[in-house]
Structures are given as structure tokens and as C-alpha cells.
Design a protein around this ligand. Structure first.
Ligand code: MN
Length: 233
């Protein structure tokens, strides 16, 4: 059997302290998972069931890679996030078993074309053009659970050019990692290599060409993303 053209390269992310790479299957993202961020987005932070959106696997970018300012936006935002990586798939996973399905954790940045996302939201349209564009998921090296356990508290911070913009604690997540894993698995069968971006705290804001965006989570290190000029089309 031959493919009619070359199949895509397998998307992957780095593994901490290793030459190995972790293959990425899908990227699930949780919307509004910190109360203060829900408020800044003009929404009520109640415990309604969480909602999700996705990014394509090949949107991943390593720490240190330059991300060109994306097309069709004038309001390109950062979002600091804890990333949980699924290592063992499953469906209808009970919350009590959910953490056994997690291979590791990483620091992430859910890059967002905020103007396109909000326009879609107001019109009841899908968020893809605001969230699922090329190079929109910065994912740092994945730390295996064997090394870092399951981080449920500790600081999550983001700075732009050294100025702190987001400063919160993982304990402030509305929906915890085991709850999110269990909930997703009741709708979609999780598979190894699925990444979960768990949501961002308050303080989101814009990036411009020349910025250096840094995200740090206690115990998971830091990632850095320089923002480059708008890509020529
Ligand atoms: Mn997000």
C-alpha cells in the first residue's frame, strides 16, 4: 500500500531530561477553569460542567522556538496553563482511577487570537479560528509522574519581557485534573498521547512582535517563547 502523498510527520513534544520525544495524538483544552479568569472574560465562575475545545496535534511548539505573530489578528494573547499528558487510554474512567492514566505534566501556553475567539463566541460560532491555528500550543518538556507526582498546588506564573502578567496557584483550578480526565473520557475515548490544557488563570493579555513570553510552574520549570514578525504569506 502506498500513500498518494507523504503522510504528515508525527507531532511530538519534548520529554524532560531525555532525548526521547512524546508523540502527540490530540489536544483537549478546558475553557474558563479559574474563577478570576472566568470573571475577566465576562462570565460567571459557577461550577457548571466544564466545556472543551481542541487544537490540532501539529499546533505544538517547543519551548525556545520563535512563534511568528499570527495572521488575521490584532489581539494575540498568552494563556499560562498546566498540561496533563495521557499515557494510558480509556473510556468512562472513574475519577478515583483517573490519575493512573496520566503519564506526566508540562508547562504550556495556549496562544489565542482573542479578537477572533470573542467574535465567534458572540455569534455562537466555533472557536477554532481563535484557538486552533498554526503554532498555537507551546508545550514544554513533559515531566514523568514518576519524577514529579501529580501537581495539585503550587505557583503558576507568566511574564512578558520580565513583567509579571499572571500569578496564581494550581490549587485555584475549578475542575481538577482527575475530574477533567474522567469527564472527557465519558464523551471521548482517551488515547496515549492526548494532551489536556487545563485552563488559564486571570491576567491574560496581548503579545506583540519582539516580546519574550515566559511561563513557570513550581516543580515543572519554565518555558520561553519569543514572538517574531508576522509571517509573510
Ligand atoms: Mn486556555
Amino acid at each position: 500500500m502506498n500513500f498518494v502523498f507523504e503522510p504528515p510527520h508525527q507531532a511530538s513534544v519534548a520529554v524532560a531530561d531525555s532525548e526521547d520525544r512524546l508523540p502527540v495524538r490530540r489536544i483537549f483544552c478546558v475553557g474558563r477553569n479559574y474563577a478570576a479568569h472566568a470573571r475577566e472574560m465576562g462570565k460567571d465562575p459557577d461550577r457548571d460542567p466544564p466545556f472543551f475545545f481542541t487544537k490540532p496535534a501539529d499546533a505544538v511548539v517547543d519551548s525556545g522556538e520563535t512563534v511568528p505573530y499570527p495572521p488575521e489578528t490584532g489581539n494575540f494573547h498568552f494563556e499560562a496553563e498546566l498540561i496533563a499528558v495521557i499515557g494510558t487510554g480509556g473510556r468512562d474512567i472513574p475519577q478515583a482511577d483517573a490519575l493512573a492514566h496520566v503519564w506526566g505534566y508540562a508547562v504550556g501556553n495556549d496562544l489565542t487570537r482573542r479578537d477572533l475567539q470573542l467574535a465567534a463566541r458572540e455569534q455562537g460560532r466555533p472557536w477554532d479560528w481563535g484557538k486552533a491555528f498554526d503554532r498555537s500550543a507551546v508545550i514544554g518538556p513533559v515531566h514523568p509522574v514518576a519524577d514529579v507526582g501529580h501537581p495539585a498546588k503550587g505557583s503558576i506564573r507568566l511574564s512578558v519581557n520580565g513583567e509579571t502578567k499572571q500569578d496564581a496557584d494550581l490549587a485555584d483550578l475549578i475542575w481538577s485534573v482527575p475530574e477533567i480526565v474522567s469527564i472527557i473520557s465519558h464523551s471521548i475515548e482517551l488515547r496515549p498521547g492526548d494532551l489536556i490544557m487545563t485552563g488559564t488563570p486571570a491576567g491574560v493579555g496581548p503579545l506583540v512582535e519582539g516580546d519574550l513570553c515566559r511561563v513557570e510552574i513550581a516543580g515543572l520549570g519554565a518555558i520561553e517563547t519569543p514572538i517574531g514578525p508576522r509571517a509573510k504569506r
